[in-house]
Design a protein around this ligand. Structure first.
Ligand SMILES: Nc1ncnc2c1ncn2[C@@H]1O[C@H](COP(=O)(O)OP(=O)(O)OP(=O)(O)O)[C@@H](O)[C@H]1O
Length: 357
């Protein structure tokens, strides 16, 4: 089994004014594992990272690098971790001095600290910024320097609290990819808080979904997207079709009923009350695009085209059926110039792709 970098058992964080800001039954992270933490505002994501970074008093057990935090020198353990925040907390000094600072703090000679800082700036493609005053940097540059400063100490655990939120999409993706490569090469375990599920899919092998201080789902990002644990998670993961539905029980069988009398046999699990049917737009096909085999239980939806949104590779078609809106992704060569607003359109899906929440 992979060496565990972080283990949490029955960890609770309370405040004077609020109990259970964090309530983690069990959680662990292995060396080199890349995990993303997602959840709505106030779910406890930052509290989780800060608690792991030993900034909050807690009840329960936290082990870092195999050691119980309460039995160990916290400074020593914290030095093996680095944390980056959404705000770029840089000192009023040069970039080089900022990146060298954590090394000097650890007692390295100034020359050696500067040498390692320069190397890290080069590794992280910002050596050209070394002599600049940190306060004069753009948001993207400053965040890049913060990441370099976090990596200069060669941490074993990197905690990233939404550091990319203010960056443009291209810079964000580039930085995420670079951090992923560095983390993989150096076997750094990473916990990344993000509100952007596309970033999560790019970066992490595991998505941790939090609500009200607790972890409600811990799975591969694609599994969270295709089989979200509840409707809110489906929205967080960007599931584009979350259609109100009801369940009809007939003997052993369960049928899902959507608008317009559309009804299909459901083979998945149903636990607790049902609010909606998640149907990713890539599970919907144009009727004409698909050769339907008799043995496959395809469900047909007839609707009216409301909008056609051009895209690279696929067009997004917004379809109205029985008062419901549905997004479908259609290959460009089927859609461009052929599907127009107010057209009647036939879509099909295989019920195995539907997921009930
Ligand atoms: N000092 C405090 N006293 C009382 N409540 C607090 C305190 N600090 C945080 N909280 C509450 O704890 C909850 C979790 O906060 P946290 O910042 O961890 O959430 P988050 O998931 O990171 O949110 P966001 O996505 O908005 O950054 C919130 O409801 C917040 O208001």
């Amino acid at each position: 089994m992979n060496e565990l970098i972080l283990e949490m058992r029955g960890v609770r964080v309370d405040r004077e004014t609020r109990k259970n800001i964090l309530n983690i039954e069990r959680f662990s992270l292995a060396r080199g594992e890349l995990a993303a933490v997602v959840g709505p505002n106030g779910a406890g994501k930052s509290t989780l990272l800060q608690t792991v970074n030993l900034l909050h008093p807690y009840q329960g057990e936290i082990r870092l690098f195999g050691d119980d935090v309460l039995q160990q020198d916290k400074v020593g353990l914290r030095r093996r971790c680095s944390m980056v925040f959404q705000e770029t907390l840089l000192l009023k000094e040069t970039v080089l001095a900022n990146v060298a600072y954590p090394l000097k703090f650890r007692g390295l000679a100034p020359d050696e600290a500067a040498r390692l800082a320069e190397k890290t700036l080069t590794d992280f493609h910002c050596s050209h910024l070394a002599a600049r005053q940190a306060r004069s940097l753009s948001g993207g540059e400053a965040q890049r320097v913060c990441i370099a400063r976090a990596l200069v100490t060669e941490p074993e655990l990197l905690l990233l609290d939404e550091p990319f939120a203010a960056l443009d999409a291209a810079t964000r993706l580039k930085m995420i990819e670079e951090i992923r490569q560095v983390a993989e090469a150096r076997e750094i375990a990473v916990l990344l808080v993000s509100h952007n599920f596309a970033d999560v899919l790019h970066f992490a092998g595991r998505a941790i979904v939090m609500f009200n201080g607790s972890i409600v789902q811990d799975d591969k990002p694609e599994a969270v997207m295709r089989r979200p644990v509840n409707e809110q998670t489906a929205r967080l993961a960007g599931v584009d079709n979350i259609i109100p539905c009801c369940v009809e029980q007939e003997g052993q069988d369960r049928f899902i009923k959507l608008a317009n009398g559309i009804r299909f046999l459901y083979h998945g699990e149903v636990s607790g009350p049902v609010s909606a049917c998640c149907l990713p737009s890539d599970a919907l096909y144009l009727r004409e695009e698909r050769t339907l085999r008799q043995e496959e239980p395809w469900v047909e939806i007839v609707g009216l085209v409301e909008r056609v949104v051009p895209g690279l590779g696929t067009y997004q078609i917004l379809v109205e059926f029985g008062g419901q809106m549905l997004y479908a992704r259609v290959p460009r060569h089927y859609a461009a110039g052929k599907i127009n607003v107010a057209d009647t359109i036939k879509l099909v899906f295989n019920p195995v792709e539907a997921h009930i929440v």
